[in-house]
Design a binder for this molecule. Structure first.
Ligand SMILES: [Ca+2]
Ligand SMILES: [Ca+2]
Length: 488
């Protein structure tokens, strides 16, 4: 009898322990972290103070870096918007994505291509896009929904996204009118162009502010479900059309504290826009804190390509590319190496700098790992989850990174270890030129080491051929399709 009671007590205790453990295991399984991926537009490697910016300061983004991990060798998918975003969403580099450039028309994500948003949905996330879609040309008005986004508010085509005071935006494929009005001059000039492109004379609703407000209220409404936010801000990009009409494409509601600076007007605008980005990041952090969600949310902050020199802004004015060579449309480091900061409380150790070599096509498999779903086959990306968790010994490395670019004569580039191979004029009348740099000693790509390293150059040529998969709408090696150039 005594033994029976004892056994009963033991069984009860074991049962209670099991009950105690079960809910916590379930809770962990049911609440994967929210993901907020903030993609700025044309922000360079040197634009943030945590990456060495000297004139402007970005205190909120610096704080994010201090609380998380700063990547020194992260790369965009391409050196312009459309293909970079396609590489991001599909986990494939530009030798494999179905979107290779901003032009010509006829290139779009294909229905059978699996996107990050589709994988996040599979993992039970609610998925939302705020800002600029701009993937392929010409995208359908519900293209974000066709590619896995439950909610989408912003611009669909990338030329519309030049205009910071547009007449309208799109919410879930439906037009939403704003309290702005284009100038008649801009209507005349750009009426044949992709919808929404132009310059406003009546300026009330600054689109990035609308995205920010909408995002903050979305976070409040979604606080009980895991969510994936793709925040594709269209700043500090220029309104190129305003650049042509007025000489100043850096549209922003106010120059604020920079108004009295002895700087050209577009540079005051650039400074004010960078400050806005930093404030937005601070507001998102504050909102997550207020809702008690900061601990279970991973924030990644990055840019879609190198710094622009458009709308009157000069790359050198604030040294937007830092020590790197080149800018947007280059395959030199300045065109594709970009800041990336990741904060994940309790998982990523604070204040770490990682030199792991990674690229946009690694985001999809990394997010699959975070959400606990399988990674699709046939992609180029490698999850950098081990790096985030500090398990660097487990991190698989890329054999090489690859980019191809159809504008400005056509270019290809490879990064293999510390070697960078850049090939120019692959599709115009000029003779192709190949250059080789050792990034470990020459981050600014100043000393071309191709002479004397012919064997290595041959190996790189083999990799170029291996990485490039031809597509039917354009050839990388023929200049016949002259409209590969982006229209400004
Ligand atoms: Ca861009
Ligand atoms: Ca520089």
């Amino acid at each position: 009898m005594k033994l029976q009671s004892f056994t009963l007590i033991i069984i009860t205790i074991i049962g209670l322990l099991a009950c105690n453990q079960k809910p916590s295991a379930d809770t962990e399984k049911k609440t994967p972290p929210n993901i907020i991926y903030i993609l700025t537009d044309d922000m360079g490697y040197g634009d943030l103070s945590c990456y060495g910016q000297q004139t402007l300061s970005t205190p909120n983004i610096d704080k994010l870096a201090a609380q998380g991990m700063l990547f020194t060798q992260h790369y965009a998918g391409s050196s312009v918007c459309g293909p970079s975003r396609a590489a991001l969403l599909t986990g494939k580099h530009t030798g494999h994505t179905s979107v290779r450039g901003n032009a010509p028309a006829g290139q779009l994500l294909k229905p059978d291509e699996i996107t990050i948003a589709e994988k996040m949905k599979e993992a039970g996330y609610h998925t939302a896009l705020f800002g600029k879609w701009g993937v392929g040309h010409p995208p359908a008005l519900d293209d974000p929904a066709q590619n896995g986004f439950d909610y989408a508010f912003g611009y669909i085509n990338m030329w519309h996204a030049h205009n910071f005071y547009p007449d309208f935006l799109y919410k879930n494929g439906e037009k939403v009118m704003l309290n702005n009005k284009q100038t008649s001059e801009s209507y005349e000039k750009f009426s044949e162009e992709p919808e929404g492109r132009g310059v406003a004379e009546v300026r009330n609703d600054y689109a990035p502010d609308l995205f920010q407000q909408d995002l903050l209220s979305y976070v409040e409404n979604q606080k009980d479900n895991p969510f994936f936010i793709y925040y594709a801000l269209n700043i500090p990009h220029a309104n190129n059309e305003a650049g042509y009409l007025t000489g100043d494409g850096m549209e922003v509601p106010s120059h604020g504290e920079f108004a009295s600076k002895a700087w050209p007007e577009p540079e005051k605008g650039f400074a004010a826009v960078m400050q806005k980005i930093d404030q937005y990041v601070g507001e998102i952090e504050a909102k997550l804190e207020a809702l008690g969600m900061a601990e279970n949310t991973i924030i990644i902050f990055t840019s879609d390509n190198g710094p622009h020199q458009e709308g009157g802004h000069q790359v050198d004015f604030f040294d937007s590319n830092g020590k790197l060579r080149g800018a947007k449309r280059d395959l030199y480091e300045g065109g594709v190496r970009i800041p990336m900061i990741a904060k994940w409380p309790g998982k990523i150790k604070p204040g770490i700098k990682s030199e792991h070599i990674s690229a946009f096509w690694d985001i999809l498999p990394t997010f699959c790992d975070i959400a606990g779903v399988s990674t699709p086959s046939g992609i180029d990306g490698i999850s950098f989850m081990p790096t985030l968790l500090g398990e660097t010994g487990k991190q698989i490395k890329h054999e090489y990174l690859y980019w191809e670019f159809y504008e400005v004569g056509g270019k290809q580039a490879i990064r293999k270890g510390n070697w960078k191979y850049v090939k120019l004029h692959v599709r115009d009348a000029a003779e192709p030129v190949a250059e080789l740099y050792d990034l470990s000693k020459d981050i600014g790509e100043e000393n071309n080491l191709i002479e004397g390293n012919e064997d290595l150059a041959l190996e790189m040529e083999k990799l170029l051929n291996q990485a490039h998969q031809p597509v039917d709408f354009i050839s990388l090696f023929s200049e016949d399709e002259a409209n590969a150039e982006t229209k400004f």
